[in-house]
Structures are given as structure tokens and as C-alpha cells.
Design a protein around this ligand. Structure first.
Ligand SMILES: NC(=O)c1ccc[n+]([C@@H]2O[C@H](COP(=O)([O-])OP(=O)(O)OC[C@H]3O[C@@H](n4cnc5c(N)ncnc54)[C@H](OP(=O)(O)O)[C@@H]3O)[C@@H](O)[C@H]2O)c1
Length: 365
């Protein structure tokens, strides 16, 4: 059986990488007994859709925006309009959300429709909602995949889904979920200045367009919330005790350059903190933590001194890591996953792994 896929955000970094990988690797009916076919692609302005599948070249041209500013497609209003177009065609389709839209309505509508599925790299709909809505969206892994919302799709979401399903109680979870802040922490350990490291991270493309959006800890908090909810805890953003990487007073500066410049005021303080930590065999890491006591979860995100040779202290550069302690995995032998926390090819591949999970009658040839 063919799997029809509609990539939303196909002109973006992740979406276009996913389009190319699917075309290069998943459309071969000899290799794949049930191949994936691209039936639709959309950008912010336009879309292409064919119930019989789009041609390889038109997908590539669209993803690379070769056909002019409207990418050669039809104009559309919002994602619910696209959903109507697909529903009218009467075929099964899995949508891939590779945007950064706050579009919970679209996710809800897809998850409630018969024969449609969702694979999302976009974490925002999963945190913009109540726990009940989250449960409604995600209760069926065979039609809603969101592994790429955390650790670029490495085993964190799927691990917690499985532990929950086999009734293995989570005692704690700790992790470093920001490649950008991992890079900054590793560089700080070399006794470099924070302000210079932030400029370098931005130049290397590791930060968001405004580095404030990494340093405020919101992205890490969202990932922790998704994992806690996946583990079955009824929590919301307000339950995360968030300490930003740097004091909030710096976040008012709208110009990224002036923002990086203002961080010079913090250089000496960070150097002192790093040196003091070193004397005790510690390093700084931006840690997301879920602790469960008496069945009640507590969530925190903060900059911490951790043992240099410990699971999080030994992390290097942009890598992410999660350590889970549960009934079956006690503190002396936790379940640990370390993997790149970002990267277009890795994320695109993990989108395809979520697509595999929605294949009916999947066969490995
Ligand atoms: N980068 C990573 O390594 C990574 C890893 C895991 C998850 N993610 C997540 O993946 C998502 C995409 O990231 P990205 O770096 O690929 O972003 P990006 O390059 O900015 O791409 C965003 C895409 O969304 C489209 N878009 C914007 N507004 C839209 C609208 N109103 N309706 C429909 N489409 C719209 C854009 O279309 P236009 O071309 O027309 O603007 C573009 O195709 C984000 O949620 C991100 O957090 C990224």
C-alpha cells in the first residue's frame, strides 16, 4: 500500500531536506514493499497537490523555490483550507508539519479526521494546548508522530511512550536538550568570554536569528514539557520552574548585535563561575529535569554545576542527552540516549522514521 505524504513547510530547511530524502530513498517500490509518495507540498504562500502523487522534479523545484516567489503552486488561505482540499480527494494522507506555526487547530483537525495522519517536527502545537488536548493529539502513535519535537527525533519521545505503555514508572529524567546552549557551555569551559561565544554561535548558524530565543530557556522548557506529558504527567508550561541562561533584563534588546554586545557585562561573572566549578571538578550545563516524588512531578530548567565526568558533564558541543531513571532502569544503570540535537539530515531522517510507523503492512525488504 502506498503512503501519501503532504509536506507543509516544504520550502524550509527541515521540510526541503525531508522532501529530498523521501524522493531519493522512499519512493522505490522494489526496495519498499509499501513506498511513500509525495502527494502535496506547501510553503507559507502556495501549495501543490495531486491525489496521484507529484512528480519528482516539481517537488524539487517547489522545495528549492525555483518557480518564482509563489513557488509555482496555488495560493491558499490557511492550513484548514489545505485540509479541505485533501479531504475532498478522499485518499489517506500523512501531513508532515515542518513549520514553526502555532496551529493547534490544524493538528486537532488532522488527528480527528479518518484516514489522515500527522508527523510533526514543530513542537508548538504540543505545548500551546492543555494536557487533555495533548493526550487527544498524541494518543495514537500509528497516526500522530512527534519524535522530532525533541532531540531532533532521537529516542526520547518514543522511549517515554514505550515506558508508559509497559507501565514502567518514571522516577526522574534529566537532560540537555539545546545544541546551542551545549556549544556555549563547552566553550565557556575553555574560559572564553560569553559575549564572544554567543557571537560565534550565531555566525556558525547554531542560534535562532535572535540568540535571546535560545538563552531564555523557552525552547528547552517546551521540550521538557513535551517529554513530561508524554510520560503521562498532567503538566503545563506554568509548571516549569525556568531559570534563563542569563538574567531576564538582557532580553529587552531587540537588535541581536547590541544584545550580544550587552552580554560583555556578564563575561567576568561567567569566568568566575567556571573557574570555581573547575576547582571542584564541575562544569556548567543547562539542565532540564523532571523529578517524581509520591507520584507528583516537578519540572525545572536551569544552569547547573554538574560533575565533569558525569552523564551530562561529559557531553561535548552541540550533542543532546537524556538520562531516565525508572523502575526497570535504576539510578546505578539509567537509560541514557545521546544524539545530535539538531541537524537537517538527521531531523529529516527521523521524520521518515515517524512515517514508517504509520505505514500499514510495513515490510522490511
Ligand atoms: N533545524 C533543525 O535542526 C530542527 C530540528 C528539529 C525540529 N525542528 C523544527 O522544524 C521546524 C522547521 O524548522 P526550519 O529550520 O526548517 O524552519 P524554516 O527554514 O524557517 O522553514 C519554515 C517553513 O515553514 C513555512 N511556513 C511559514 N509560515 C507558514 C504558514 N503560515 N503556512 C504554511 N507554511 C509556512 C515556510 O514557508 P516559506 O518558505 O514560504 O516561508 C518554510 O517552508 C521548526 O518547528 C523547528 O523547531 C528543526
Amino acid at each position: 500500500m502506498i503512503q501519501n505524504v503532504f509536506v507543509i513547510g516544504a520550502t524550509g530547511k527541515v521540510g526541503s531536506a525531508a522532501v529530498k530524502q523521501i524522493l531519493d530513498k522512499d519512493v522505490d517500490p522494489v526496495k519498499h514493499d509499501n513506498p511513500t509518495r509525495i502527494a502535496g507540498v506547501a510553503s507559507s504562500e502556495s501549495y501543490l497537490f495531486s491525489p496521484n502523487g507529484l512528480g519528482r522534479q516539481e517537488c524539487l523545484d517547489f522545495a528549492e523555490k525555483k518557480a518564482g516567489s509563489n513557488s509555482g503552486g496555488r495560493q491558499y488561505g490557511d492550513l484548514l483550507e489545505l485540509l479541505q482540499v485533501v479531504s475532498k480527494a478522499g485518499i489517506g494522507v500523512v501531513f508532515v508539519d515542518a513549520t514553526a506555526l502555532h496551529d493547534l487547530k490544524f493538528h486537532k483537525a488532522v488527528s480527528q479526521a479518518k484516514g489522515l495522519g500527522m508527523v510533526t517536527a514543530n513542537k508548538l502545537p504540543l505545548v500551546d494546548c492543555s494536557f487533555a488536548e495533548f493526550e487527544e493529539l498524541t494518543h495514537s502513535p500509528s497516526s500522530y508522530g512527534y519524535r522530532c519535537s525533541v532531540m531532533a527525533g532521537a529516542e526520547s519521545v518514543s522511549l517515554l511512550q514505550d515506558l508508559r505503555d509497559v507501565s514502567d514508572p518514571i522516577h526522574s529524567l534529566s537532560g540537555c536538550f539545546s545544541g546551542t546552549l551545549g556549544f556555549i557551555c563547552t566553550q565557556l569551559s575553555k574560559e572564553r568570554k560569553l559575549s564572544e561565544i554567543v557571537v560565534e554561535a550565531k555566525e556558525k548558524g547554531y542560534t535562532e536569528p535572535h540568540p535571546r530565543d535560545d538563552l531564555n530557556g523557552m525552547d528547552v522548557s517546551r521540550k521538557l514539557l513535551i517529554l513530561a506529558r508524554t510520560a503521562g504527567f498532567n503538566v503545563s508550561m506554568g509548571d516549569v520552574a525556568l531559570s534563563p541562561f542569563i538574567p531576564e533584563k538582557y532580553f529587552g534588546e531587540e537588535d541581536p548585535r547590541a544584545f550580544a554586545d550587552s552580554l560583555k557585562e556578564l563575561d567576568e561573572e561567567f569566568l568566575q563561575r567556571i573557574r570555581q566549578a573547575k576547582e571542584s571538578g564541575l562544569v556548567l550545563r543547562y539542565v532540564a529535569q523532571l523529578n517524581v516524588a509520591g507520584g507528583k512531578p516537578s519540572l525545572s530548567v536551569s544552569l547547573k554545576e554538574v560533575p565533569k565526568d558525569g552523564p551530562l558533564g561529559s557531553l561535548n558541543g552541540t550533542s543532546n542527552k537524556i538520562t531516565v531513571i525508572s523502575g526497570a532502569y535504576p539510578a546505578n544503570s539509567p537509560y541514557v540516549v545521546e544524539a545530535p540535537g539538531a541537524g537537517l539530515e538527521v531531523t529529516a531522517q527521523n521524520i521518515r522514521r515517524d512515517l514508517l510507523a504509520q505505514l500499514q503492512g510495513r515490510k522490511i525488504l
